[in-house]
Design a protein around this ligand. Structure first.
Ligand SMILES: Cc1cc2nc3c(=O)[nH]c(=O)nc-3n(C[C@H](O)[C@H](O)[C@H](O)COP(=O)(O)OP(=O)(O)OC[C@H]3O[C@@H](n4cnc5c(N)ncnc54)[C@H](O)[C@@H]3O)c2cc1C
Length: 398
């Protein structure tokens, strides 16, 4: 049975997060959207990180209180609220990077201890490898004399790549061994041989940086590999790759939550402005008696709730140790698409108020688009879903 009742701990976390959003994040949102790379870091980064700790503290069990069940769903609910405040700023907060999710999913206890408190970005994409993640060419070669990995290659479009303290990268141990040889590694910022080569000027999530990094004979400790260095024989190629793909089981629900949070922000603003104009949204009347605008609003609410429930289900499966790849794709496909449509419709409903940069609604529309692109585009999620449902292999359905 799935129980989605929100625990008192998460309710407290939500309350704390909303206060942080209203009193801090929303006040910075427009500025960092406008001046994307003006500062090396968010000037208020310390304040944001302190606020993150406050949210975590609010969620800690009180003396005598039972520990909350459902940490993964709780985390997703908080991630949605943080994105409601600003998805770009929430991406840069302490340990909420996509690389942190990867570390959380596959790192050993020792690695979690070493890396767990640092902000980690995730670098998979390369100039020649986007949706087809198995096409990456960045290499990791072991130097037997020093017991270090030597990394060579280029990674592009790394969210938080400039500001993060760690970058989790995918690299191949042996290109001729195909997907089985792809492993993930943690590279600490400032490691010699690691060069920031570009910062993107973007459509949305402009408060976060998006960087390219070149690795030239970049040496990292042997212990920085996530998972086993063993390359399984060809027959079990797919199972080797599944190790690194596990990351997506965690990051896709997180990105879906981000999509829902931004769209909810757009919808809340739109309803607020319409209510100021005297619109009402009665939930106890038949569809035939509603205006088109009332129906549009309710339709958007239904779509976001559907996306939310799919995402929560994917997260809840993580808690019980079930493989959730299909469910994570369900949630991300639905949330990315629903959020994009909701934000566009909200801008349309409010007209000039939606389009003007005086308000944040047009920014929400720009911000939400990325959720249908990174961590696997909407089309790729549909491909995964179709393969799973039809029982087709990667080769049978490309
Ligand atoms: C702002 C931003 C932040 C990003 N952050 C990160 C990050 O932190 N880490 C990281 O590793 N990457 C990141 N990315 C990269 C992102 O994950 C890729 O852009 C995405 O995976 C798509 O890859 P691509 O751009 O190479 O497009 P392509 O793979 O070339 O795809 C182009 C289009 O074709 C479609 N398509 C491709 N293959 C198929 C298929 N088989 N069937 C149907 N349609 C298909 C895609 O859906 C897409 O619409 C980021 C990108 C952006 C824009």
């Amino acid at each position: 049975m799935i129980d989605f009742e929100i625990s008192p701990q998460v309710k407290r976390g939500l309350k704390a997060a909303r206060e942080v959003n209203v009193n801090l994040i929303r006040k910075l949102s427009g500025y960092y959207d406008e001046y994307e790379h003006e500062h090396d870091d968010i000037k208020e980064a310390d304040e944001i990180n302190k606020a993150s700790l406050k949210i975590m503290a609010a969620m800690a069990p009180k003396p005598g209180e039972e520990a909350a069940k459902g940490a993964a769903v709780g985390g997703i609910i908080i991630a949605e609220e943080r994105a409601w405040g600003d998805p770009g700023l929430s991406l840069g907060a302490s340990t909420s990077g996509l690389g942190n999710a990867a570390i959380g999913a596959v790192a050993t206890d020792e690695q979690k201890k070493r890396f767990g408190s640092k902000y980690a970005s995730m670098a998979i994409t390369e100039p020649g490898a986007g949706s087809d993640t198995a096409a990456i060419t960045t290499t990791a070669k072991l130097d037997p004399d020093t017991n270090e990995w030597i990394i060579n290659g280029e990674k592009i479009f790394i969210t938080g790549g400039a500001r993060s303290q760690l970058v989790v990268i995918w690299a191949t141990l042996d290109k001729s061994m195909g997907r089985a040889a792809i492993k993930s590694f943690v590279v600490e910022k400032g490691t010699p041989g690691m060069t920031l080569s570009k910062l993107e000027n973007k459509l949305g999530i402009r408060a976060s940086d998006t960087a390219s990094i070149v690795f030239e004979d970049c040496r990292i400790p042997y212990e920085n590999i996530l998972g086993s260095p063993e390359i399984k024989p060809k027959k079990t190629t797919a199972s080797g790759f599944k190790g690194v793909m596990k990351t997506f089981d965690v990051t896709r629900p997180a990105v879906a939550a981000q999509a829902i949070g931004v769209a909810q922000a757009a919808l809340d603003f739109t309803k607020e402005k319409l209510e100021e104009e005297g619109f009402q949204f009665p939930y106890d009347r038949g569809q035939h008696s509603l205006t088109a605008t009332q129906r549009d609003i309710m339709d958007m609410e239904v779509n976001l709730e559907a996306a939310r429930l799919l995402t929560w289900r994917a997260a809840s499966m993580l808690e019980t140790g079930q493989r959730n790849s299909l469910e994570a794709s369900f949630g991300k496909a639905k949330a990315g698409r629903a959020a994009t449509l909701v934000c566009q419709k909200c801008v349309a409903l409010l007209g000039p108020l939606g389009y003007s940069r005086e308000w944040l609604l047009e920014k929400f529309m720009r911000d939400c688009k990325i959720t249908d692109i990174f961590e696997g585009t909407g089309q790729i999620q549909m491909l995964i879903i179709a393969r799973n449902i039809l029982g087709f292999s990667r080769e049978m359905l490309k």
